[in-house]
Design a protein around this ligand. Structure first.
Ligand code: UDP
Ligand code: MG
Length: 326
């Protein structure tokens, strides 16, 4: 006879971790939908009655925090923490995960703008009961994106993997993690956060669930091109040292070419054919100094990262909490 979930094991307590930055337009639209989802899953016996929706206000300058506190006083399933200032999406998610891990059995991190399909959560929780500790939400298509965003995003995953950083193709930060994964993850102390690349390093059984990514329900994106590039660069340099190895390879190649060049010059001198031209000299000079500056820049990036890591500054500071429901 088939066992129901209740008989098979305890019903898991789920926390949704939802970062919000200046989302006063979006929260009133999506918050009731998150609540609906939680209630529906609870009604089907998939998650326990202690499950909560945890908003992390990432130092918003609009009325986001007052919306969160109002939601909390309306329904205790809505909880909120507030960062002392804007620290960026990755740090906001981290703050939420660390806050939730002591209370929840499973945590799903999801954007607050309704772009991540709510209905994928059921499949994620099912996978958890099947024995997976990490369930990565993977976008099934990128049709709602502009050609430019689609192209840059897809090239990014290819470059990351080519550079040796293990990442899940088309996975952003829509992800289920179990308590034991979060407890292990708490020992990762790095300041340069690239969460989607760190969870594969934590290990434990993992799988993926496909979902459709929709348009934002309201408001506008906080990830302009410059921020996207910075996240991408941070991803590569915090997960892999392959760029430095490539520089070594490039250095070896340029040295070899130069060595051949020197032999050629010696032959020319020996044969008396030494018509000096500034063009070739200038070209070589430009090329070599360009390569050197670029290489210095990449190495500098790693040195900068070491500098930031060595300070051991806190990765998030919580300034306010909504009232608890104990
Ligand atoms: N976000 C955040 N801090 C920031 C920027 C964004 O917490 O500094 C949140 C934002 O409220 C949203 C999620 O991160 O819930 C993803 O941001 P957004 O939708 O602007 O990015 P996109 O989906 O366009 O990549
Ligand atoms: Mg979004």
């Amino acid at each position: 006879m088939e066992k129901t979930i209740d008989e098979a094991r305890d019903v898991a307590c789920l926390y949704l971790v939802i970062p919000c930055y200046n989302e006063e337009q979006v929260l009133p639209v999506t918050a009731p939908r998150f609540l609906e989802k939680i209630k529906e899953m609870e009604g089907r016996g998939l998650i326990s009655g202690e499950s909560r929706i945890l908003f992390i206000d990432d130092g918003s300058s609009d009325s986001t925090w007052s919306i969160v506190t109002a939601l909390n006083s309306r329904d205790h399933r809505f909880q909120g923490i507030r960062q002392s200032r804007n620290r960026g999406h990755q740090n906001a998610v981290l703050a939420g995960l660390m806050e939730a891990r002591s209370k929840a059995d499973i945590v799903i991190s999801v954007d607050c703008d309704g772009q991540d399909d709510f209905d994928a959560m059921d499949a994620m929780v099912d996978k958890y009961y099947d024995g997976y500790d990490v369930v990565y939400g993977v976008r099934s298509s990128r049709e709602s994106d502009t050609f430019f965003k689609r192209f840059t995003a897809e090239s990014f995953y290819r470059i990351l993997n080519a550079l040796g950083a293990e990442t899940i193709y088309n996975h952003a930060d829509y992800r289920l993690t179990s308590k034991r994964v979060l407890n292990a993850f708490a020992d990762f102390h790095e300041v340069n956060l690239y969460l989607r690349g760190l969870f594969p390093l934590v290990g434990f059984p993992s799988t993926t669930v496909e979902y459709e990514r929709h348009e934002r329900m309201a408001g506008s994106s906080h990830y302009p091109l410059a921020k996207m590039l910075s996240l991408a660069f941070n991803g590569i340099t915090s997960l892999s040292i392959k760029p430095i190895r490539l520089i070594t390879g490039l250095g070896a190649f340029v040295s070899l070419v130069s060595f051949i060049g020197v032999i050629w010059v010696i032959c020319k001198v020996a044969s008396g054919d030494t018509v000096s031209g500034w063009a070739s000299t200038a070209c070589i000079l430009c090329f070599v100094s360009g390569v050197q500056l670029l290489s210095l820049g990449v190495i500098g990036e790693y040195v900068g990262k070491i500098y930031m890591e060595s300070k051991h500054r806190p990765r998030y500071i919580i300034s306010d909490r909504t009232s608890g429901d104990e």
